[in-house]
Design a protein around this ligand. Sequence first.
Ligand code: SPV
Ligand code: MG
Length: 272
Amino acid sequence: MEAHNGISARIVEEAGFQGIWASGLAVSAQYGVRDNNEASWTQIVDMLEFMSDVTKVPILLDGDTGYGNFNNMRRLVRKLEQRGIAGVCIEDKLFPKSNSFINGERQPLADVEEFSGKIKAGKDSQLDDNFCIVARVEALIAGWDLSEALRRAEAYRIAGADAILIHSKSSRPNEILAFAKEWAGRAPLVIVPTKYYSTPTELFRTAGISLIIWANHMIRAAIASMETIAREVQVSETLVNIEERIAPIKEIFRLQGADELVEAEKRYFNNG
Ligand code: SPV
Ligand code: MG
């Protein structure tokens, strides 16, 4: 499940998800900027540090294109490992990227050799064997066919990618299922069913998909709720109608771990 800051990461973990997707779209949005590499890579990694500090489940960063060439990718991997991030997904587009759902078909793809070198450089620079690099294939989004998607995925697998994210903007799962069939389990497959969300998850499980990313649903939940409450209070000039519909203050304290500090003060701050 997507998260975009410390508190949303904590909420996602508490709900029982086994991993967190640090979405480029959502982290950009919570900063109030576009998903076009407007936030710098260090601003993204700084936010990831807050997310990692308050959770235990693995965090997969949506690392866009790796924020540059193979050399930027090497540095990104080292910095993510230092902050306890479990892996990074990079997509075969060009920096600065745009979100795949905005004119996705008009976006140029990366050269396969160059992108494969970026994957290899990332894998060669990780110190923790468990760090994962997921290679995201944008061929179907950019208007190429299944064979181009498979050609790219195979090149990225050979370059060392731990998993392949095959992306689609179709409202039907057909091209994803066709890809999975041809791929035949060569490496774990990851999907993002934002557009084909009505497909039952069980169908993907049967098709051999290893991981589903619900890519933007925490930021969308937050936006919908904030828009409703802000408009209502602005018009009604009172809190009486909304108080019961929003989280109590004590829920904020709980999510922040306020109790732990009270306990710590008893242990370390008796004379304070
Ligand atoms: C993101 O969550 O930022 C993604 C997924 O990259 S998508 O928006 O579907 O491209
Ligand atoms: Mg993204």
